[in-house]
Design a protein around this ligand. Sequence first.
Ligand SMILES: NC(=O)c1ccc[n+]([C@@H]2O[C@H](COP(=O)([O-])OP(=O)(O)OC[C@H]3O[C@@H](n4cnc5c(N)ncnc54)[C@H](OP(=O)(O)O)[C@@H]3O)[C@@H](O)[C@H]2O)c1
Length: 260
Amino acid sequence: MSLRGKVVIITGSSSGIGADAARHLAKLGAKVSIVGRNEKRVSEVVDQIKKSGAPTPLPIVTDVTKDAQRIIDETIEHFGRLDVLVNSAGAFGADSVAYFDVEKFDSILDTNVRSVIILTNLAVPHLEKTKGNIINVSSVCGLRPFDYMTSYCISKAGLDQFTKCSAIALAPKGIRVNSINPATIRTPIFEQIGINESNENQFYEDRKHEFLVDRVGEVSDTSSAIAYLASETFLTGVLLPIDGGLTCAGIRSELNRFTF
Ligand SMILES: NC(=O)c1ccc[n+]([C@@H]2O[C@H](COP(=O)([O-])OP(=O)(O)OC[C@H]3O[C@@H](n4cnc5c(N)ncnc54)[C@H](OP(=O)(O)O)[C@@H]3O)[C@@H](O)[C@H]2O)c1
């Protein structure tokens, strides 16, 4: 697979799923805009890509909820075109109807849905010229409920409807829109719910029994899916679970199973 010469914006590419996708797509020849709020982490990803010999990426240090226009403008000014928009920046958090914080809800929705809609709207004229595509990084939380992540589930379900509505609306312009919907992928996102160096091995060990494939996901799993969707595929309006079988079987350890 080659993405030689393709220009790709990846939000949330200073860490985790977005950072690995940036390294992977750059290795396939793409010119990538690296977007995040943390300047140091943005620079580290830019340096890693430069050192790998891939095309030099463009760092854009900004908040997706505040400065979508700058992300598009700087990319077009620097690279001259846009082929793929990957919306990976995301806010995460644990809550439920009984433990609800309206400010946190607003902040999760702002990052995971509102900013994606604004960025997509601004990207459309450029993607129309290249017959490009959009990949939203959603979650299995968009596909099924987890009561202890209520706001996050609502945000990803909303994002999934946006993916499908946009796929229909943008098809006449030649733009495809898809999402990946990962389950547990090993990234720093879980620091937000208290997972750190001291307890992460146990956390992932406990989680792996939830999946048919008996392991949690790695960023290589999401990067290969993003690269596939970014290439010339027949797919649009697809919500692709990257989930070790979770949406097929439910959480394995919760099943009342017979043993044969
Ligand atoms: N890891 C999983 O198990 C998992 C599963 C399903 C879905 N997801 C989704 O995957 C996406 C990436 O998560 P991850 O696991 O890679 O987490 P991560 O390692 O914590 O990365 C999150 C990224 O989002 C960026 N970000 C967050 N808010 C931002 C904002 N307002 N403006 C600009 N950038 C922002 C962060 O950059 P800065 O800190 O530099 O701003 C960082 O690069 C999220 O949408 C998440 O919901 C993750």
